[in-house]
Write a protein that binds this ligand. Structure first.
Ligand code: MN
Length: 263
């Protein structure tokens, strides 16, 4: 491609300015009340989001407002890097500070499982669902995100985590489906509205947590706690997903944005 063939950035800027291209915010608000993942008590816990006021135009700082914040890397709408999982531990560029930033902007394919998830909290996306989607929308291009819409982000906090005595009951991809996306379609990553890229019961799958295992073992990425996937077309959205540049970080909260054509 020569410079003359490149899409005009000025044209994109103009389309954004007059809203022929729209920005859809795929990010939940970082809030102390938002549920974080719950692990068995013998395992290290992830800290929830905390926010503490430093000053607000008062004696602590008469002309300025700011806060201290803290949280686990995997809090709220967040990005999973390959090093998050043991299968990706030895990969080059496996931490958020080392990922090629070229990978932070990529097209997104949105597969709608909201009808199935509404009646079955343990709904699993299967290869046949992907093939049905491809029959309507064309093959999933290598290097693209696949986002699984479930409308889970519209649930109340309690129903969002959906914890029962045997763990979380939330939808996700089957082991076969995520392996198919990674190995046969060469996706850049997989995004979900739920707390994990894996289904809530994925500790029982073979392998356990197959989305984490296959994605990160292949150097691919995850996005969790996405919202507004119902506002995206099945194809044609461009996803901007750049994690914070944390030294040797395994992931981070981020502002996930999609650029979509207005219809
Ligand atoms: Mn995570």
């Amino acid at each position: 491609m020569t410079a003359g063939d490149l899409p005009g950035i000025a044209a994109i800027a103009a389309a954004l300015a007059d809203r022929r291209l729209r920005i859809v915010d795929l990010t939940l608000t970082l809030d102390p009340d938002f549920p974080t993942i719950v692990l068995p008590p013998e395992l290290g816990p992830s800290a929830p989001f905390r926010i503490e006021e430093i000053s607000r135009y008062d004696h602590r700082g008469p002309a300025w407002y700011w806060n201290n914040i803290s949280m686990g890397e995997h809090t709220g709408t967040h990005f999973d890097a390959p090093a998050h999982w043991v299968t990706g531990r030895d990969l080059a560029k496996g931490t958020v500070d080392a990922i090629d930033p070229q990978n932070f902007i990529a097209p997104a394919c949105v597969i709608d499982g909201s009808a199935q998830a509404a009646v079955n909290a343990d709904f699993l996306l299967e290869i046949e669902d992907i093939e049905t989607w491809e029959a309507a929308n064309g093959p999933i291009p290598a290097g693209s995100w696949v986002l699984m819409r479930t409308d889970w982000s519209k649930r109340s906090p309690e129903l969002y985590a959906n914890l029962r005595a045997d763990g979380a009951h939330t939808p996700g991809p089957s082991a076969e489906a995520i392996r198919f996306l990674v190995e046969r379609r060469g996706i850049l990553g997989f995004g979900a509205e739920t707390i994990g890229t894996d289904a809530g019961q994925a500790h029982n799958f073979l392998p356990p947590y197959p989305a984490h295992s296959f994605l990160h073992g292949a150097g691919r990425y995850g996005l969790q706690c996405l919202t507004n996937l119902d506002l995206l077309p099945p194809t044609g959205a461009l996803l901007i997903a750049a994690p914070l540049k944390i030294v040797r970080g395994s992931g981070s909260p981020l502002r996930a944005l999609a650029i979509v054509p207005s219809v």
